[in-house]
Write a protein that binds this ligand. Sequence first.
Ligand SMILES: Nc1nc2c(c(=O)[nH]1)N[C@H]1C(S)=C(S)[C@@H](COP(=O)(O)OP(=O)(O)OC[C@H]3O[C@@H](n4cnc5c(=O)[nH]c(N)nc54)[C@H](O)[C@@H]3O)O[C@H]1N2
Ligand SMILES: Nc1nc2c(c(=O)[nH]1)N[C@H]1C(S)=C(S)[C@@H](COP(=O)(O)OP(=O)(O)OC[C@H]3O[C@@H](n4cnc5c(=O)[nH]c(N)nc54)[C@H](O)[C@@H]3O)O[C@H]1N2
Ligand code: SF4
Ligand SMILES: [Mo]
Length: 705
Amino acid sequence: MAVATCLLCEAACGILVDDTTGAVRGDPRDPMSRGYVCPKVVGMQDLHDDPDRLRTPLIRDGNGFREASWDEALERAGAMLRAVRDKHGPNALAAYQGNPTAHNLGLMTIAQAVLRTLGTKNLYSASSADQVPHMRAAHEVFGHVLFMPVPDVDRTEHLLILGANPLVSNGSIMTAPDFKRRMSGIRERGGRVVVVDPRRTETARAADQHVFIRPGTDGGLLLAMIHTIFAEGLAKKSALVSGHDELRRAALPFTPEAMAAPTGIDAGTIRGLARDFAARERAVAYGRIGICHQEHGTLAAYLVYALNAITGNVDRPGTMMWSTPAAELVWIADLVGLSGHSRFKSRVRGALEVGGELPIAVLAEEIETAGRDQVRGLITSAGNPVLSAPNGRRLEQALPRLEAMVSVDSYLNETTRHAHVILPPVSPLQRSHYDLALNAFAVRNGAKYVPPPLPRGDSERDDGEIFVELGLRLRAPGLARFAALARRLRPEAILDLFLRIGPHRLSLRRLREHPHGLDLGPLQPRLPKLLRTKSKKVEVAPPALLAELPALSRSLASAPDLVLVGRRHLRSNNSWMHNTARLIKGRERCTLLVHPRDAEARGLTEGALCELSTARGSITLPVEITDEMMPGVVSAPHGFGHDREGTRLTVAGAHPGASVNDVTDEERLDRLTGNAAFSGQPVTVRRATKHDAPRADAPAGATPT
Ligand SMILES: Nc1nc2c(c(=O)[nH]1)N[C@H]1C(S)=C(S)[C@@H](COP(=O)(O)OP(=O)(O)OC[C@H]3O[C@@H](n4cnc5c(=O)[nH]c(N)nc54)[C@H](O)[C@@H]3O)O[C@H]1N2
Ligand SMILES: Nc1nc2c(c(=O)[nH]1)N[C@H]1C(S)=C(S)[C@@H](COP(=O)(O)OP(=O)(O)OC[C@H]3O[C@@H](n4cnc5c(=O)[nH]c(N)nc54)[C@H](O)[C@@H]3O)O[C@H]1N2
Ligand code: SF4
Ligand SMILES: [Mo]
């Protein structure tokens, strides 16, 4: 048995891997997860064993791909990317890093270092389809994009969840293995869990109270709660917090009565939510992807922090706190330039940067639009933006125009099929692991280093090694003399340094002495030392955010007839867990959830196909009628659409579904960060006619040439 960590979601559960069969199970000695694993864990073994997983680099050859040696593939990749840069300058090269980057030591260290020294402003990642609103809000309120707080769920008496479904997602920006047990713990202590969500989710059903909300209106609800807290004298001043009066004044027009119609929550319920929250000694509000995927996502994220701060629920046990990771993520971020926002803009649309990256929503137009600094080369790693980006179909049609595209990924999928060279890393069970990112957002402090659980062949490489080689080939020739040194550079060396200078003064050696992981105890107060705002206080009234309130009011006034939200499934993970037979089996999952009233009005019947349309186009998917939806809201998952030609996804191809991002709008963004506003998008739904067979038509321009 080898000790390992499950890398499939942010819970980072400890697992044991049978070194002969590769079977995985929970590790009871892991101090964080204590033996817990969710049903998705079998994906770790299935990915490793998957015959479709690439073991050898591929080079595009005519209409297909051929296998190539690492030397040939790396040389080709390097030469193509260099040619683009030499001819068109550094900004002509773009890079996109996907979600699994956060679970990969090599991608977090070496790839970051390589990509962020390319000298291009065209860096993109899944963050701009995910958490950049939290990052911008954390910068305004606490002084750094990475000071995103975590709810101290193990000690709180009141947890208010907005736009998250941790019983399914297993928690996000909240590393909390076995969230269900932790949630039960709150209730066993006599506490309450309240969920605000346009769907009565798995988490909502297990909570004490669930409140439906009109998508995209959380800012209005939070302001009305803040209004109530000030109006009823429930606010608690703290020497740590600055801006109470400005926030109180700003919230004055947002009375519960005024916010009832836009949010769909009656004034009495809003007051009740505020009073219950303020009444507890230890309460914490936590918002996640549902509040980020909005046109006012940054405002909503900020107002969650502000609600905590003005009720005294900050930096104390059971409230909004910060992890103390053994290797400080923030220091690494500062080194690679991840700190800050709005320092530069995208070329075509003028979208603002956050953390040194531009919004993924603008990548397609940067490829399409001629002119100086047009993107002509792209490196993708651990990402599938054709299925994950807003209007991924437009991006899919732009990719074939690239002069060079290199993908570091284990699959020939909807995105990588457009690459000229695919460089496949080892499986997650064949590389070492330390959670640089997730430990920084854990609900309990801990540290664990895992050597590669399973062996690998001589010809296999991990992501760090691939990026060292790619980096060397992208460097100016003069630097080649450091090649020998660079080739010996291991992520472990960087990690060891950061552990030694980190707050717990650990080292790689110490971690190796505790193979199942080290428990570093419950969260500790970190303020005011952590803060980097000018005032050295928690800023609950940042002018740049309060300036957005008139725009929020305007958008609260519009109420589309029918809007779309997303959802996740326990046995899935974005786009890339659909190729494991054990996980995809069972009922069709790529369905549209529709409230009975909305179904009836449109003549939709259970199981029949419907056409979901936006200004961007239409997709066809089966209807599931359920009163777990709020009337006027429909829900579809993302990450499907595996019917594209030229991929190598045998199992997923048999359960293709439709990609909701074929129709999401790349112009509909969070105003302050450019994050994709997937949620609350106006849609129309009608019965599909006979001609609307589920899509099998890859758009014309999108087949690899
Ligand atoms: N099993 C599984 N786990 C996952 C993933 C997966 O695909 N599958 N993906 C991982 C990733 S990449 C992430 S980022 C995390 C995300 O983790 P979570 O944030 O917990 O994600 P979701 O489960 O999508 O929950 C979002 C909820 O927001 C609700 N919502 C939508 N719009 C609004 C709104 O306007 N207001 C409010 N209040 N709620 C709204 C949705 O109905 C949904 O229930 O999950 C991670 N974990
Ligand atoms: N409509 C809608 N769209 C969404 C969302 C939504 O809720 N609704 N959620 C958004 C969110 S939160 C996210 S995070 C994004 C995710 O967007 P992406 O990160 O672009 O997509 P994933 O589906 O996570 O694709 C991960 C890819 O990484 C590869 N991979 C896995 N592990 C490794 C590894 O260790 N190394 C390398 N090199 N490759 C690896 C997989 O094979 C797969 O191709 O999607 C976003 N898109
Ligand atoms: S919750 Fe499931 S998928 Fe997430 S780390 Fe744990 S076992 Fe893996
Ligand atoms: Mo995500």
